[in-house]
Design a protein around this ligand. Structure first.
Ligand SMILES: [Zn+2]
Length: 303
């Protein structure tokens, strides 16, 4: 029997880990979901290796696996070999994950920040150009950010460029999940909505907070913080395109027009505001894992 060539891809998230095989045409096969909490119970890195082992064993008769491509909600080193800081997942900080898995499986392993993989997906499926500077802002629990310059993630000196959620704000003494005080993320991330449900709207479910309370000062100020994040980066970088996405934008009653109007209010006039191009990510739970496939295949071609 002819085997199908595939990239083993994994999108590691704060709640779920998605694993699957991505073909050269980015078709996803054999996908599975595992609870991240369960994987952290007895140490995440052991659970990760065990999950990959089982997955490879059950697929190896039907697929030729070209490599392993991982996306993580974390900062990673410039060489894309080591996880640096991951507030959402205990026990993986400073983990040399590529080396560990390459030794175990004798396959090349590629690592990237999850948001960079989301943007890779969006660039491909929205048909955006690979030249110039394109930014992606993904509003989930936090504020994820990817900056793509000529088709490649902007790295910075240490590999940690684009930490937009951690732009400091004046008169802000809130502690952020990154450890610093004063970051924007606790105000503009989805976590803020949770907080509002616990304090200001105790009868409300987070799912319908925009539908039922969009016009309140509290929700408007959360949307304002989302806009400040986007406008900050647009004013610095004057990008070709701005891709907006993430679970918050998919919530019932989310006021997309209000967010856009708010962003435009903060962006400098006449440019970059006048010809600002905002496009929206395609909502799909599998964007991250397919993005890992796109990235993995691109890396494999460079070897
Ligand atoms: Zn922070």
């Amino acid at each position: 029997m002819n085997k199908t060539e595939a990239m083993l891809c994994m999108d590691i998230g704060g709640t779920n880990c998605r694993i699957g095989l991505c073909g050269r045409d980015y078709t996803l096969y054999e996908k599975e979901i595992e609870s991240t909490e369960r994987m952290t119970e007895n140490g995440f890195s052991d659970a990760l290796a065990a999950l990959l082992r089982r997955f490879i064993d059950q697929c190896k008769d039907r697929y030729t696996i070209a490599g392993i491509s991982l996306g993580v909600p974390a900062t990673v080193d410039k060489a894309r070999r080591r996880i640096l800081q991951a507030p959402a997942i205990p026990g993986i900080e400073n983990l040399a994950v590529c080396e560990l898995l390459e030794r175990e499986f004798h396959l090349p392993v590629w690592l990237e920040k999850d948001v960079n993989l989301l943007l890779q997906y969006d660039l491909t499926y929205l048909g955006l150009p690979t030249e110039g500077l394109i930014i992606g802002i993904y509003y989930g629990t936090g504020i994820g950010n990817a900056i793509c310059l000529d088709g490649k993630p902007l790295m910075g000196r240490n590999g940690v460029a684009g930490e937009l959620g951690h732009i400091p704000q004046m008169k802000n003494d809130r502690r952020c999940s990154c450890g610093n005080t004063g970051c924007l993320e606790p105000f503009g991330g989805g976590k803020r909505l949770n907080e509002l449900c616990q304090t200001v709207f105790p009868e409300e479910s987070i799912r319908s907070i925009y539908r039922d309370h969009c016009d309140t000062v509290e929700v408007q100020s959360q949307i304002d913080a989302m806009a400040i994040a986007a406008a900050t980066e647009i004013n610095i970088l004057d990008p070709e395109y701005v891709v907006l996405g993430g679970g918050v934008l998919q919530m019932e009653g989310f006021p997309t027009e209000t967010l856009e109007a708010c962003i435009r209010r903060y962006v400098r006039k006449p440019y970059p505001e006048r010809n600002l191009r905002i496009v929206y990510a395609r909502p799909n739970q599998e964007n991250g894992i397919i993005g890992a496939g796109i990235y993995g295949w691109a890396q494999a071609a460079r070897r």
